[in-house]
Ligand binder design. Structure first.
Ligand SMILES: C[S@@+](CC[C@H](N)C(=O)[O-])C[C@H]1O[C@@H](n2cnc3c(N)ncnc32)[C@H](O)[C@@H]1O
Length: 333
């Protein structure tokens, strides 16, 4: 059989990526995982779906051996199903989260096109994708690192929906404070906290880490966490100022778990490039957001007076938890 030329491989791979996202968002992948097999026509009818579209997406999925499909309509996991199931959040992040940006990619390159609001992305899909791959590749490892030391009050910086903060507070009978600069995120976090019945143990601060002021409330915090917002604080000088400020604002913090994706060293060949990394590099480049390398992080943390007591790589490629403690001089911070 002739080998597939690169052009066809890329074209077909793109279709497989959108098929995975769509079927993930329709709940198909989770349902097939739970049930072990699904009668496709019944699933389509039950969910009031367009049969021709589903059949066509399923043809792509079967060709990539993600599912198997028999003539009686039964669909089963194929040999790559488990891999795709675990990684499905990355596909939603890429194709649904950044799909609109990619559609207009060429118009974002000329400097004249980079006017306010030119970044058109779908925050909900980015959050949903992130939640999924976070659950698969972050939470268990983070919990393992967190358990190494006791804490009473945790402040989560750039808390987003506060899902992780809610998890920490409920699992460790601790108290929590979520800080985020985005009013929409704070609103979402407030709802999540209310739904979890944790209003009495978790407070929220709508504020910018770059200008946060000390307060008696923040003095009670002994643990800081930050998930995937560290790179938002770069460029270097700006991030240095925030890291130094955090020591002054959170005067009694003894530990800071900073979890983020860092820049991979330049690749020399496509073989061995993992999932997510190139997507993370490209999207952040388009947005003009610098991504520091692991070494740049370590150098900056040291300069800012945060001692690194351990680096724990997590399941997301080129991502780690930096386990830090503040270096305090006898004169104060
Ligand atoms: C990629 S999201 C991560 C959200 C959450 N930590 C998670 O892991 O799901 C980054 C969050 O950091 C927040 N953020 C970015 N810059 C910030 C700043 N200067 N001060 C406070 N929050 C900030 C954003 O609003 C956003 O909610």
């Amino acid at each position: 059989m002739p080998s597939t030329p690169l052009s066809a491989e890329l074209f077909n791979g793109h279709l497989a990526a959108v098929a995975i996202s769509a079927l993930n968002e329709l709940g198909f992948l989770d349902e097939l995982d739970r049930a072990g097999s699904l009668h496709l026509p019944s699933w389509v009818e039950r969910n009031k779906l367009h049969a021709m579209t589903v059949d066509s997406l399923m043809e792509v999925m079967a060709l990539y051996e993600i599912v198997t499909h028999s003539s009686d309509g039964t669909t089963r996991p194929g040999k790559h199903f488990a891999d795709i199931l675990r990684a499905k959040g990355y596909f939603t992040w890429l194709t649904s989260g950044y799909g609109r940006l990619f559609q207009k990619l060429s118009s974002t390159v000329p400097l004249a096109g980079r006017t306010p609001g030119f970044i058109d992305r779908d925050g909900r899909s980015i959050a949903l994708g992130g939640k999924d791959y976070g659950r698969q590749f972050v939470d268990e490892q983070f919990d393992h690192v967190l358990r190494m030391r006791d804490f009473k009050v945790v402040a989560d910086l750039g808390c987003g929906s506060a899902e992780r903060l809610i998890g920490m507070v409920s699992r460790y009978s601790a108290e929590g404070i979520g800080v985020d600069v985005n009013a929409g995120a704070i609103e979402l976090a407030a709802k999540g906290i209310q739904d979890a019945g944790l209003e009495h143990r978790i407070g929220l601060v709508l504020g910018d880490l770059r200008t946060l002021e000390p307060s008696p409330r923040l003095d009670r915090v002994d643990l800081l966490t930050s998930f995937f917002n560290g790179h938002d604080l770069w460029p270097r000088e700006a991030c240095l100022a925030v890291l130094e400020r955090l020591k002054q604002v959170f005067r009694n913090v003894t530990r800071f778990l900073l979890c983020d994706t860092y820049r991979a060293e330049p690749f020399t060949s496509i073989s061995g490039v993992p999932i997510f990394t190139l997507g993370f590099h490209v999207t952040h480049a388009v947005m003009g957001q610098y991504i520091p390398t692991r070494e740049e992080w370590l150098e900056l943390l040291k300069e800012a007076g945060w001692q690194c007591n351990g680096i724990h790589e997590i399941g997301i490629p080129y991502s780690a938890i930096f386990d830090l403690s503040p270096v305090r001089t006898s004169g104060g911070s």
